[in-house]
Structures are given as structure tokens and as C-alpha cells.
Design a protein around this ligand. Structure first.
Ligand SMILES: [Ca+2]
Ligand SMILES: [Ca+2]
Length: 88
């Protein structure tokens, strides 16, 4: 039991550290659009920028289907010309 705890604790600490780091290094995410600061664009957040954004288009951009666009998905959508965001 004790040994298990000793192994798990650094792993848990590493996982927590990664969770803390990932949002900070999310690149290409515009904080003025990412209103809730989770490092991803939700459909409502993008609709604020472009009310004409179609939900089907959002689903195309949301490659992994989690309902949010992460930095990689946003970058891919931008490259594909799908992102309704002017490049700053
Ligand atoms: Ca967000
Ligand atoms: Ca996604």
C-alpha cells in the first residue's frame, strides 16, 4: 500500500502540473473570444464573433467531436479558411 502511494504521488503531481501548463501554452487562442478562459473556443464563443457561423460548420471544425475547438483544431480551421476570425 505504502509503495503504491509513493509511485502514484509523483504521477498525480505530474498530471496536475500538465493540466496547469496546457492552458497557458495554448497558442492561437484569442482570449477576447475565449470568454471563459478554458483555452478552447465553444460554438457560442465563436458565434459571438460571427453570428452567421453555422453549427454544421462548427462540427466540421471540431475534429474530435468534443464540442470545443482546441488550439490545433482552431489552427486547422484557420488554415482551411473556415475560421470566421480576422487575423490579428
Ligand atoms: Ca472557451
Ligand atoms: Ca474539439
Amino acid at each position: 500500500m505504502t509503495r503504491m502511494t509513493k509511485i502514484l504521488t509523483p504521477v498525480a503531481a505530474l498530471a496536475l502540473g500538465l493540466m496547469a501548463i496546457v492552458p497557458a501554452v495554448a497558442q492561437g487562442i484569442d482570449a477576447t473570444i475565449d470568454v471563459n478562459g478554458d483555452g478552447k473556443y465553444s460554438y457560442p464563443e465563436l458565434q459571438t464573433v460571427d453570428p452567421s457561423l453555422d453549427q454544421n460548420m462548427f462540427m466540421v471544425m471540431d475534429v474530435n467531436g468534443d464540442g470545443l475547438l482546441d488550439a490545433a483544431e482552431a489552427a486547422a480551421a484557420t488554415d482551411a479558411g473556415l475560421m470566421p476570425i480576422a487575423d490579428g
